[in-house]
Design a protein around this ligand. Structure first.
Ligand code: PLP
Length: 369
């Protein structure tokens, strides 16, 4: 059997009864859109993070779009973020008519280099958008100080960081708002598309609720500020409720696998992830680095181990973002990393035997190079 970086089928085998029961309970409830399951999930997800508000939405991209709009970001504004991210982070900025301004990433963490943020602020800057990529948080203390100095809101992109902590604070509880994706592979994954936006401010929450419901109050048919149809589905919400009770278990499994990999590759040329000071890592992806990345991937493929790169082409180098005007060489750390990083298989139901297979195969490939 080929082994790939993620998979949900083995998880489904284990949790099938509960998932089917969740789906059936929604179908029998008589309410398929914005019913009790979405409302309960929102309460439970907010509580997990210790924040007052959560709005369930249709996917992570729109969780960012709605978050930006609820924070008042729009046409002509600039949003400071990174190019080493999933393209949707930047697509969401473009979707509200704003412009992405990139800073480079830190050499060790591969996350936003906060030291570069202040120099990127202009009179048009409307928001700071740190991405807690791969499963650990950006260095938020200094970023919050910059945000406070310039009166800018922070929107956290938490799509890869469910349950990650930073100096004891959980990802999603630090910004004025925070966007999550529950795309099936994520640390908390639905069985389809889903997302959520957390906020600490009742007014932001009220705007988010209108924005996901065409721009209307749910009780009357009047649009004051045009919005979207961006609702979280009842079925996905009910599945997520069940899975949320196991989020900490999923994370513990991921950490155990990460510890095994780190031990196995210590002292080799394969550079394993570094956990930045004050962080706990949830290992959404287990990103390693090797100067002969493409060769390692090709050789492991011959042993039926199919690896992935997050991400092979930094956003600013993609033709669809050429209008942003960042040439090759403009973000040197991001560009260098993109040629060397790749991800090893990582998901909670990855068995010990499968981990062993990855470790042995990788050792044999490293010995050949
Ligand atoms: C997955 C992801 C998104 C987008 O989420 P979707 O649910 O796929 O729309 C945004 N940002 C990051 C960092 C992601 O990993």
């Amino acid at each position: 059997m080929p082994l790939s970086v993620w998979g949900y089928l083995s998880e489904y085998e284990k949790e099938r009864d509960e998932i089917i029961e969740a789906v059936d309970s929604v179908f029998r409830s008589g309410r398929l859109i914005l019913g009790e399951s979405v409302a309960s999930f929102e309460r439970e997800y907010a509580a997990y993070h210790g924040v007052p508000h959560c709005v369930g939405v249709d996917n992570g991209t729109n969780a960012i779009v709605l978050g930006l709009r609820a924070l008042g970001v729009g046409r002509g504004d600039e949003v400071i973020t990174v190019s080493n991210t999933a393209a949707p982070t930047v697509l969401a900025i473009e979707a509200v008519g704003a412009r992405a301004v990139f800073v480079d990433v830190h050499r060790d963490s591969y996350l936003m280099d906060v030291d570069q943020v202040e120099a990127a602020i202009t009179s048009r800057t409307a928001c700071l958008l740190p991405v807690h990529l791969y499963g650990q948080c950006v260095d938020m203390g200094p970023l919050e100080a910059i945000a406070a100095r310039h009166g800018l809101p922070i929107l956290e992109d938490c799509a890869q960081a469910h349950g990650a902590t930073h100096h004891g604070r959980v990802a999603g509880s630090m910004g004025k708002a925070a966007a999550f994706s529950f795309y099936p592979t994520k640390v908390l994954g639905a069985y389809g598309d889903a997302g959520a936006t957390l906020s600490r401010d009742a007014e932001v929450d009220a705007r988010l609720r209108r924005l996901r419901y065409y721009g209307m109050e749910e009780v009357y048919y009047v649009v004051e500020t045009p919005g979207y149809n961006s609702r979280l589905d009842e079925v996905q919400a009910e599945i997520l409720r069940r899975k949320l009770t196991r989020l900490d278990e999923y994370i513990a499994r991921r950490r155990a696998i990460a510890a095994r990999y780190a031990e196995a590759f210590r002292g080799t040329e394969l550079l394993t992830p570094r956990v930045a000071p004050g962080n706990t890592h949830v290992y959404y992806v287990y990103v390693v680095r090797h100067p002969e990345r493409d060769e390692v991937i090709a050789r492991l493929k011959r042993q039926d181990i199919l690896l992935n790169v997050s991400y092979p082409w930094p956003v600013h180098t993609q033709s669809g973002f050429a209008h942003l005007g960042y040439g090759t060489g403009s973000l040197p750390v991001t560009e260098e990393l993109a040629g060397q990083i790749f991800s090893l298989p990582m998901y909670p139901s990855l068995t010990e035997a499968e981990q062993e297979r990855v470790i042995d195969a990788t050792h044999s490939v490293l010995a050949e190079l």
